[in-house]
Design a protein around this ligand. Structure first.
Ligand code: NDP
Length: 287
């Protein structure tokens, strides 16, 4: 028999989670602030609870997928959490996750936080690459591992309840840096007779080819030797930056995305990091 699940929140992500558990044959009790959202799931076999408190009472495993941390407090206000295993997939900051874990502990619940590395259409599709970072109670993670693996693969990153959120935000922050670089690249070709659709595969392949550079950065951060295995020393890279800035100017493109990174590279060079990789920028960011 499959573990019964209570799920609070049937937005686009919650709805996708619900369907994945139902499709896998897990008994599912759902609650949503706006009750109309539960209706389509009832036909698929879900049970609707009249209140969040009733949904929590229905099963020991309670999964939350609400808008933000405030909605979690609001939804669970007055619910008896004693003996529940709370799995909170609501996006939050590390500090919010830690405070929520303490809040759950005070109410007699065990707490596992999650950060979803997927968009709703990827959920329930094992080939999609979707996964969820989990951190907090390793007991809850071990006990419900198979159930949690139904909607998306699982990656447990430690007992600190803030670590799932931290990993989630770290990866997404890197993604925004990548999107920023891609925006600048598209801007450079925007006014020319270059088809962005023909340009895109070149850009995507280049980003993929460069992505493994993070392993060298990690090894250098780990060893403390930022000159280890350097191929393109900082001094050479800084000397090349005028080419990038002049090209932007010639193409009528604002340097506002690129310039802050170049400024950090120059600062590190001025501090004597000329023979290093770009790794020293990490230390300039850490206050
Ligand atoms: P939606 O906006 O589609 O749904 C939000 C859900 O939260 C709804 O069920 C809504 O209820 C509920 N809600 C909002 N405020 C409250 C409140 N005060 N009390 C109770 N319930 C409330 O969001 P998603 O489903 O897309 O996202 C849910 C979580 O998943 C978020 O934390 C999001 O960051 C995360 N996530 C989403 C991804 C995505 O691509 N969609 C990707 C990765 C993570 P109601 O129907 O009544 O409005």
């Amino acid at each position: 028999t499959k573990t019964p699940v209570t799920l609070l929140g049937l937005g686009s992500m919650g709805g996708a989670l619900a369907r994945a558990w139902l499709a896998a044959g897990h008994p599912l009790t759902v609650w949503n602030r706006t009750p109309a959202r539960t209706t389509p799931l009832l036909a698929e076999g879900a049970r609707a609870a009249d209140s969040a408190a009733a949904a929590v009472a229905a099963n020991p495993l309670v999964v939350l997928c609400l808008l933000d941390d405030d909605s979690v407090a609001e939804a669970l206000d007055g619910a008896d959490l004693t003996g529940r295993d709370l799995v909170n997939l609501t996006t939050s900051t590390p500090a919010q996750a830690r405070a929520r874990a303490e809040w759950a502990r005070e109410r007699g619940a065990r707490y596992l936080d999650g950060g979803i590395m997927a968009v709703p259409p990827m959920v329930g599709d094992p080939g999609s690459g979707a996964y969820v970072f989990y951190s907090g109670s390793d007991d809850v993670f071990q006990r419900h591992r198979e159930t949690l693996a139904v909607p998306a693969a699982t990656t447990y990153v430690g007992t600190d309840p803030g670590f799932a959120a931290l990993h989630d935000v770290a990866l997404l922050s890197a993604m925004y840096g990548m999107f920023a670089g891609a925006a600048h690249a598209f801007a450079l070709i925007r006014r020319e007779d270059i088809d962005p659709v023909a340009f895109a595969p070149l850009l995507a392949d280049w980003l993929v080819a460069m992505a493994p550079a993070v392993h060298q950065t990690a090894r250098q951060l780990s060893s403390g030797d930022y000159t280890q295995g350097v191929v393109s020393p900082l001094a050479m890279q800084v000397a090349g930056t005028p080419t990038f800035l002049s090209t932007a100017e010639q193409q009528g493109v604002s340097p506002e995305l690129l310039a802050p990174y170049f400024a950090l590279m120059r600062r590190r060079l001025a501090e004597g990091g000329g023979a290093e990789d770009l790794t020293g920028v990490v230390d300039l960011l850490v206050r």
